[in-house]
Design a protein around this ligand. Structure first.
Ligand SMILES: [Fe+2]
Ligand SMILES: [Fe+2]
Ligand SMILES: [Fe+2]
Length: 408
């Protein structure tokens, strides 16, 4: 299996951009502004593309809407360092994207402090450029209503430029501020940020760059990175996706699946809940029953996962396996109400791994359960005809290893 890195990053960061629930496309705007300023700096085309990626990925350490809000509403927030450290760690562990780790680590550090650090000039400027674009986006926030950019920006942008320029020499490198001033003095700089144009703008720039293909090992690494982001959404779901992926892979292997097919099952397990980035954490963490409005957020997450993954893995069944993880054999699952015959084996496997791991882990509404209690719940779901009895039989035969993978 081969995937296109450009497409993978743009689609997966769409999910990141939903973390701000009421404020979205932040990563894409930072990407576009960074690339435009890099152009003014006369950086090479590949360097500009690197800044596009860095912009899209820079907040991969942010999973919670509350944190997203604090970072995007305050110019200098004292808690900002945490998401830099988290994001840098995730990226360092992902070989295809490891060279973005240091940019992300330093993207909320003042220029004056960066000069004291033992860093290459490139990393200093790249990290500070992301910081500058990121803070510009904070000042830009009042110019968005719903999915539209207000025309006011076309006469008020000099004020935004001035506020950033005032921070030149302290927060931002004077060289970058000069380049920003030149780039941002054109209306086109701001109009490109219109929510209806922004994706095309990014695609156009990526199209002109050389496509990068990833093999299955690379795809697994990228899936692992985004699984970390999803799992960090709530302390109750820590490691949920990575563990579901491990269980699903183990069960798939025990059922006779081999080779790349196993990697694909693991990838679907890692990313099955990527749509949850859109669910506010108050809902995931809520101990009591959900309201109709809250439940709607939950009901759409597996659909959203499928939508994102179809773009990352076109022509592959991975998106379908992930999208169907809340369907059941009675046809009463969500959101498709699939009949049993329409649910492939791999989706059944992921569904069982998902339920098994969730029951084994503590949740806001209950303590974690002992192995035997988990299995009696699983057996009862199987007896009701909801989950595949063959998969449950497999799980029983591999119980010790699966429990270790679930919570060990
Ligand atoms: Fe940001
Ligand atoms: Fe789910
Ligand atoms: Fe899940």
């Amino acid at each position: 299996m081969k995937i296109n890195l450009q497409r993978a990053i743009t689609s997966l960061t769409n999910a990141l951009d939903f973390v701000g629930t009421d404020e979205f496309q932040h990563g894409k705007r930072v990407a576009l502004m960074s690339a435009a300023i890099a152009h003014e700096m006369n950086w090479s085309q590949s360097h500009r593309v690197r800044m596009l990626y860095a912009g899209m990925l820079h907040d991969c350490g942010v999973s919670r809407a509350k944190e997203h809000r604090a970072i995007t509403e305050t110019l200098e927030w004292e808690g900002a360092q945490k998401h830099c450290l988290r994001g840098a760690d995730y990226l360092a562990a992902c070989p295809p994207l490891a060279n973005f780790s240091s940019i992300v680590l330093w993207h909320h550090t003042r220029w004056t402090a960066l000069l004291q650090e033992d860093l290459s000039e490139d990393v200093r400027l790249e990290a500070n450029l992301i910081f500058l674009a990121d803070r510009t986006d904070v000042l830009l926030a009042p110019y968005f209503v719903g999915a539209a950019l207000k025309n006011e920006i076309l006469w008020e942008y000099p004020e935004v430029i001035k506020r950033i320029a005032d921070m030149g020499g302290t927060l931002f490198a004077p060289l970058l501020v000069d380049a920003f001033r030149r780039a941002a003095s054109r209306e086109s700089f701001w109009l490109a940020m219109d929510p209806t144009y922004i994706e095309d703008q990014i695609d156009d720039q990526l199209h002109s760059s050389r496509p990068v293909e990833l093999d299955t090992v690379g795809a697994l690494a990228i899936a692992g990175l985004f699984a970390h982001t999803v799992d960090a959404k709530s302390s109750y779901t820590l490691e949920h996706s990575t563990r579901v992926a491990g269980i699903a892979r183990h069960l798939a292997e025990a059922s006779g699946i081999r080779g790349e097919h196993l990697d694909m099952v693991e990838i679907a397990g890692l990313l099955h809940d990527i749509g949850k980035l859109r669910v506010p954490e108050e809902i995931i963490d809520k101990p009591g029953p959900l309201t109709r409005e809250e439940r709607a957020f939950v009901m759409r997450h597996s659909y959203d996962s499928g939508h994102i993954l179809r773009k990352v893995f076109p022509g592959q069944p991975i998106a379908e396996w992930a999208a169907l993880h809340h369907e059941n054999l009675l046809g009463t699952g969500y959101p498709f109400h699939c009949q049993a015959t329409d649910i492939p084996l791999e989706a059944r496997l992921i569904a069982v791994a998902d339920i098994f791991q969730a029951l084994s882990q503590e949740r806001p509404y209950r303590e974690h359960m002992a192995k035997n209690d988990v299995m009696s719940r699983i057996d009862s779901l199987s007896n009701q005809g909801r989950i595949d009895p063959e998969m449950v039989k497999l799980l029983h035969s591999q119980l010790d290893r699966c429990f270790e993978l679930a919570v060990g």
